[in-house]
Design a protein around this ligand. Structure first.
Ligand code: NAP
Length: 506
């Protein structure tokens, strides 16, 4: 949609002067401190939010604990819980533009994707898990007393785990929060949520939606503030039963180690360095489109980024030429413009990280085929943390191919044959996602089953659906989000052995 003009009203945040949301009430942090959140497009402060600390975390945990242990929340009848979650989804849909704008302002996600993907999947998550809340196979449930059996009956019930700490990253702030909160709510848990410090706005907007929907107090508690302090308080508390974490592998390892003291249930959605394989027999137009979307969608700030593009050697020149042509057509600019494909890096640190890897790639002898520099799109007064989409021809043993850059940097790596492609693809510490482009479906399925990754896309890339389980292997983590399988993360079975019953006892 060319010609869409961004005016000052588009830059107004749907959330201003954000507070903590604890036990159904908005409040300042115990210390009274606040922190700014910054628009990476303009480098200007959007607004400030409460800067919580350990005292606030303890208040949030206490509210969640009471909610699960004493209130009726975990015993809410399934139809009522289902109805509540559908109400949340309806409210999200009504305010989808606001949710999208929070993401775009806070982390530079182009609004065309924030509105058509993030805001839509957000509502889907509450609809999908809301429907499972009404399904006795999947959800926590309370059942009628057993019938009159002559033999000893056992009743196995699926119960909520209790208090869930959701710790979420900056790149899909809404979706990666809701992919924890929705299944946790569907199964009768209470949540303490800590969003990334650089992207607190959409979590505050989500809390407003819960308030509007009438979600009982204490079910969702939001504490914004610095990662280590709030994270430690959550991870070390004996009153938190489960940690649902999405973020970097380094922080995830620390949480796993610290959670051992209180033997918490944890799920880890961590980093990636996904291999995307193009065979020479692929439909090249489709393959190039998928390769571009695979790495440059969300500015490469996506855990599944197809950041290692493995290309069959006989198609290498064709693929490189086509990639360079396609990437030069991408529109970089203000993410509030509806035709922008690439916005700024989410914060200055991310931009500097990308630059340091580009430098490392050059120094290691990788062949820079496109980009490699910061860029200042027109109309922004020289502001904004933008980086060109960047393409290297390199080797799999280089840091740019082994370490997660989390930016718009693609390393193209040639391979000789199917076995070589599989060997290179699996030669990584990570195992989150993968892709295969080929017209030979038997080969595609052979390769997909040989790849050590939680997801493999054949002739597509970066597709998501709330009903499809998602997660990693190796150092990309464990546990699955989305799909019915996610309910396992938030429930546990209890077996209750009943006495022998006679007709007189019923
Ligand atoms: P991050 O630095 O690991 O931060 C993630 C969250 O953890 C933030 O809320 C952060 O708070 C918090 N945190 C920081 N230190 C902590 C500590 N010591 N204890 C507990 N929590 C702590 O990750 P990020 O930079 O936001 O996100 C990018 C990473 O997430 C990438 O590695 C990416 O691959 C990964 N990711 C994985 C998936 C997946 O599904 N596998 C999806 C998306 C992203 P602060 O912001 O306040 O520091």
């Amino acid at each position: 949609m060319n010609g869409f003009a961004v005016d000052d009203r588009d830059r107004l945040s749907p959330v201003e002067d954000g507070q903590l949301y604890i036990d159904g009430k908005w409040r300042e942090s115990a210390s009274g401190k606040r922190m700014d959140t910054v628009d990476p497009t303009t480098e200007a402060v959007i607004t400030s939010v409460a800067k919580g600390d350990g005292d606030d975390v303890n208040a949030a945990i206490a509210a969640a604990r009471r909610c699960t242990d004493e209130d009726d929340w975990s015993r809410m009848p399934a139809p009522d819980r289902h109805g509540l979650m559908i109400t949340v989804a309806d409210i999200i849909e009504r305010h989808a533009d606001e949710f999208a704008r929070c993401e775009t302002l806070d982390m530079g996600k182009p609004v065309q994707f924030a509105r058509s993907i993030d805001a839509v999947l957000l509502a889907d998550l509450f609809r999908f898990f809301g429907s499972l809340a009404a399904d006795p196979e999947g959800a926590a449930r309370y059942v009628s007393p057993p019938p009159d059996y002559a033999t000893r009956p056992v009743m196995s019930v699926r119960e909520p785990v209790g208090v869930v700490a959701a710790i979420t990253p900056f790149n899909f702030p809404l979706l990666l929060a809701a992919s924890k909160i929705a299944p946790a709510m569907a199964t009768g848990n209470a949540v303490v949520h800590k969003p990334a410090s650089s992207t607190p706005l959409s979590a505050i907007r989500l809390a407003m939606a819960f308030e509007e929907a009438g979600v009982p107090k204490g079910v969702y508690n939001l504490v914004t503030g610095p990662g280590a302090e709030i994270g430690d308080a959550l991870v070390e508390s004996p009153d938190v039963d489960k940690i649902a974490f999405t973020g970097s592998t380094g922080v995830g390892k620390g949480i796993i180690a610290k959670s051992a003291d209180t033997v918490k249930k944890v799920t880890m959605e961590l980093g990636g360095k996904s291999a995307h394989i193009i065979f020479a027999d692929a439909d090249m137009d489709v393959a190039i489109q998928n390769a571009i979307f695979g790495i440059f969608y969300n500015k490469g700030e996506i855990c599944t980024a197809g950041s290692r593009l493995l290309v069959e050697r006989k198609a290498l020149d064709t693929v490189l030429d086509a990639l360079v042509q396609a990437v030069s057509d991408l529109i970089i600019g203000d993410p509030l413009h509806h035709d922008t494909f690439l916005g700024p890096m989410a914060d200055k640190g991310q931009l500097e990280k990308v630059e340091s890897y580009v430098k490392a790639g050059r120094e290691a002898g990788a062949d820079l085929r496109y980009g490699g520099e910061r860029v200042q799109p027109d109309g922004l007064g020289g502001k904004g943390w933008f980086h060109q989409p960047t393409i290297f021809l390199g080797r799999n043993d280089m840091a740019i191919a082994q370490e997660e850059i989390f930016g718009p940097v693609l390393t193209v790596i040639p391979f000789e044959d199917e076995a070589d492609a599989i060997r290179i693809a699996n030669d990584t510490a990570f195992g989150l996602a993968s892709g295969v482009q080929t017209s030979d479906m038997a080969k595609a399925l052979r390769v997909a089953s040989a790849l050590k990754a939680g997801t493999c896309w054949i002739n597509s890339y970066n597709y998501f659906d709330v009903s499809v389980p998602f997660g990693g292997v190796k150092q990309s983590g464990f546990g699955r989000e989305c799909g019915r399988e996610a309910l396992e993360n938030y429930t546990q079975m209890k077996s209750i052995w009943l006495p022998v019953m006679t007709g007189a006892q019923t």
